[in-house]
Design a protein around this ligand. Structure first.
Ligand code: 3HC
Ligand code: NAI
Length: 709
């Protein structure tokens, strides 16, 4: 038998009585319909051919199989289904071996588990990450994994979605052999020969019983997992995964498969699946900025950080964690010692938790130097300044950098709000100046806004994206404006919250509404965590330029005047007695709110339902998001989604505010905004883009797909 039809992504070649089935569907061998058809045909041919004694399944390129083709979810199903293909592989009466290199994820691992034996190279990454897409393994994975590795290990894989390497997979019993070389084909062929030499036994996972033999232990693991899942609110598919494993214990294999299919289809139909899959692709699309396509990044090995405060120290840690050499510059010896101390504190915390050894810390610190003289930055490839949020101080710092940095060094500012064009234009190399807006704590938060001023050169922007890759951050390209994408939108939805508070809602109700929507914290809890003084300083700075027609709520300022900045001062919107991390409602805050309402002429406070609070909060977010897109500050609605998800706690399973708006329906959002505008037409001005999309019967997602308005 020779190679199959050239158009199929699945090749079949018989050598030495072994049918080698090769999946070649770049980039990651996802199991789209053509691959499923190819597999179906190849297995059928191998089964029918008497010259074939065994079958080997391998992947070409960088993966075995990364799973089902995620782009097909939500489209009409096409035959054969993946469960059918897996059943056919398992049913084959000649031994089938899967030789795994790179990712074998989701449906990819399900194919491998349907084979009778599994070999993996050191590069293998095995996992069942469907939960991260709002799904469960739907091609027999929930029934086969427990039969191979027991309920506890299977639940761990399916509920965490984590990837395991070859050695761990071997220990679990997920694979049979770890290959010594990286050549999956050669290793797979050798293993097939070994299986044949041992009698060529067909060993079907569906018939395995040993891993599930101790029924009591399995039930215990299922009960524990169910209790854990119930504690974590929000996600739909984890409880269904536990149900499937229960079925694996209680039901015959085919019946269990039927249960799995029913529950998989429920997950597929859930809005969470749509939200999470949107997030999956959006997180990859944000990497495709015009500059990352047109330019090559400059090399980054040595970096500088100016300022060792909250952000500078966090940025230094993020850079050190990425293996870079870091120099921190502070204004004097005392401030430098504090900055270095903040960096050390992060690592000491890891040591105290047993997550790092003292020796590892010492190795990291070898790459870290401090200085008070800017000349220490002469060799830096990239410098990020995180000094006080003050244009005068920023100018002074950039003037120094202009003097000492080598030609071609990227000069970045971490400013939250200041005009980066102004920063850039004041020095002799504006083409090298960019905004790299990290989020606090900078070594933890995933978002990195890459802020693109007018004169920056494309390779500097590409370098920002490359830095994000090195730091394992999620980069989003943003244009220059007050607050860029995230803080600009935050300012608006926080204002909407303040208006609702002054009109009658308590901050505690608003926080609860946000949490019930899926945010980890509400806006007032966030303010208490970050420190109310930060926003207060910004409001004072902007007081002179504030639009006098705009409604202004004084309540936050009143709290700050009392010195109630949040957790760090023991009280803010909430009380934090004895250093508590979770706050309690404060009757004195409620009294201040009541006084302010009276001063604002609100004598009969309104009561809002949770739904009303949510509608206004989200409408404010979506409307500003639309303005950010229409002004080109964000490239697409998906860039707003990724920003809010990774920087502001918007629940990933809802996809982001723009995806959420699409799911609610844009006419509904616009109608809400128009009705709120009757009370305050200045604040609730509908975005022109939103109006246009509603007129044209389109949604935000239509702009993600490249068709511009
Ligand atoms: N389907 C469709 N496209 C996929 C895909 C999949 N399963 N996995 C990755 N891709 C695409 C990406 O969108 C990206 O496309 P682009 O170049 O056009 O942006 C390209 O493949 C490369 O992906 P990455 O940029 O993510 O490459 P990495 O090397 O960083 O990561 C990976 C590779 C670890 C395989 C990662 O892509 C990944 O985690 N993929 C998803 C794996 C997954 O969730 N599988 C389960 C699918 S659901 C399932 O199988 C259901 C079944 O139980 C029925
Ligand atoms: P911070 O007050 O904690 O730290 C500022 C540091 O800069 C201080 O250690 C100070 O000694 C140092 N510094 C001041 N002038 C200097 C100079 N001329 N040379 C060297 N060092 C100098 O401030 P924070 O919070 O770290 O903010 C820094 C920047 O990051 C600001 O622009 C801020 O807007 C921005 N930012 C802050 C975030 C936050 O949550 N705190 C989030 C994102 C950005």
């Amino acid at each position: 038998m020779s190679t199959e039809t050239t158009s199929s992504p699945v090749g079949l070649k018989v050598q030495d009585h072994i049918a080698v089935v090769t999946i070649d569907n770049p980039p990651v061998n996802a199991l789209g319909v053509a691959v499923r058809r190819g597999l179906e045909q190849a297995i059928a041919l191998a089964q029918a051919d008497e010259a074939v004694h065994a079958v080997l399944i391998v992947g070409k390129g960088r993966a075995f199989i990364a799973g089902a083709d995620i782009r097909e979810f939500g489209l009409p199903p096409q035959s054969p289904s993946l469960p059918e293909v897996c059943q056919q592989i398992e049913a084959c009466d000649k031994p089938v071996v899967a030789a795994i290199h790179g990712p074998a994820l989701g449906g990819g691992l399900e194919v491998a588990m349907s084979a009778h034996y599994r070999v993996a190279t050191a590069s293998a990454k095995l996992g069942l990450p469907e939960v991260q897409l709002g799904l469960l393994p739907g091609a027999g994975g929930t029934q086969r994994a427990p039969r191979l590795i027991g309920a506890q290990a299977a639940l761990d894989l399916m509920l965490s979605g984590r990837h395991v390497g070859a050695q761990e997979a071997l220990r679990m019993g997920l694979i049979d052999h770890v290959a010594t070389s990286d050549d999956a084909l050669a290793e797979g062929l050798a293993y097939v020969r070994h299986v044949l030499s041992e009698g060529g036994v067909v060993r079907r996972t569906r018939d395995q019983t040993s891993a599930m033999a101790n029924r009591e232990a399995q039930q215990g693991a299922i009960n524990t997992a169910r209790a854990e899942v119930q504690k974590k609110r929000g996600l739909f598919s984890p409880a269904k995964i536990v149900d499937c494993v229960q079925a694996a214990l209680d039901q015959a294999f085919d019946e269990g498969l039927h249960t799995e299919r029913t529950l998989f289809e429920q997950c597929l139909a859930s809005p969470q699946r749509a939200g999470l899959i949107h997030a999956f692709f959006a997180e990859r699309e944000v990497l495709k900025a015009p500059e990352t396509k047109s330019a090559k990044p400059r090399p980054i090995e040595e970096v500088g950080v100016v300022g060792g405060g909250t952000m500078g120290a966090g940025i230094a840690v993020a850079m050190l964690d990425a293996g870079l050499r870091v120099t921190m510059v502070e204004r004097d010896g005392k401030a430098l010692a504090l900055g270095i101390g903040r960096v050390e504190k992060v690592y000491n915390g890891l040591i105290a938790k047993g997550r790092m050894g003292a020796q590892d810390k010492a190795l990291v610190m070898e790459r870290f130097t401090g200085a008070t003289d800017y000349r220490a930055l002469a060799q830096a490839d990239l410098v990020v300044e995180a000094v006080f949020e003050d244009m005068g101080v920023k100018h002074a710092v950039f003037t120094e950098l202009d003097k000492v940095c080598k030609p071609g060094a990227v000069l970045a500012t971490n400013t939250s709000y200041l005009d980066i064009n102004e920063v850039a234009q004041a020095i002799f190399r504006p083409q090298d100046v960019i905004g790299l807006h990290f989020f606090s704590p900078a070594n933890i938060m995933k978002l990195l806004e890459i802020v693109v001023p007018a004169k920056v050169s494309a390779d500097v922007v590409a370098t920002g994206f490359e830095l994000a890759r090195l730091l394992k951050k999620v980069p989003v390209r943003a244009g220059v404006c007050d607050g860029f994408i995230g803080n600009r939108i935050l300012a608006v939805y926080r204002t909407a919250a303040d208006y609702m508070m002054e009109d009658g809602a308590s901050p505690y109700e608003i926080d609860r509404m946000a949490r019930e929507f899926g945010f980890p914290m509400g806006p007032y809890e966030v303010s208490d965590l970050a420190g109310g003084d930060i926003g207060w300083a910004t409001r004072k700075r902007r007081a002179a330029t504030r639009d006098l027609r705009a409604r202004y709520v004084h309540i936050s300022d009143k709290l700050c005047e009392h010195g109630w900045f949040g957790q760090k001062t023991g009280r803010g919107w909430y009380l934090y007695p004895d250093g508590a991390r979770t706050g309690q409602p404060d009757p004195e805050v409620e009294a201040i709110i009541s006084e302010e309402r009276i001063k604002a002429g609100i004598n009969a406070p309104k009561s809002f339902t949770r739904e009303e609070l949510q509608r206004r909060y989200l409408a404010a977010m979506v409307n500003e998001g639309a303005k950010v897109v229409e002004e080109g500050i964000a490239l697409r609605p998906l860039d707003v989604d990724v920003t809010l998800v990774h920087g502001y706690g918007f629940p990933r399973w809802r996809g982001g505010p723009m995806k959420w708006a699409d799911m609610v329906g844009l006419p509904q959002i616009l109608a809400d905004i128009q009705s709120f505008a009757k009370e305050d037409p200045l604040f609730w001005q509908p975005a022109a883009l939103l109006v246009k999309l509603v007129d044209e019967g389109r949604d935000f997602d239509s702009l993600n797909k490249g068709s511009q308005p």
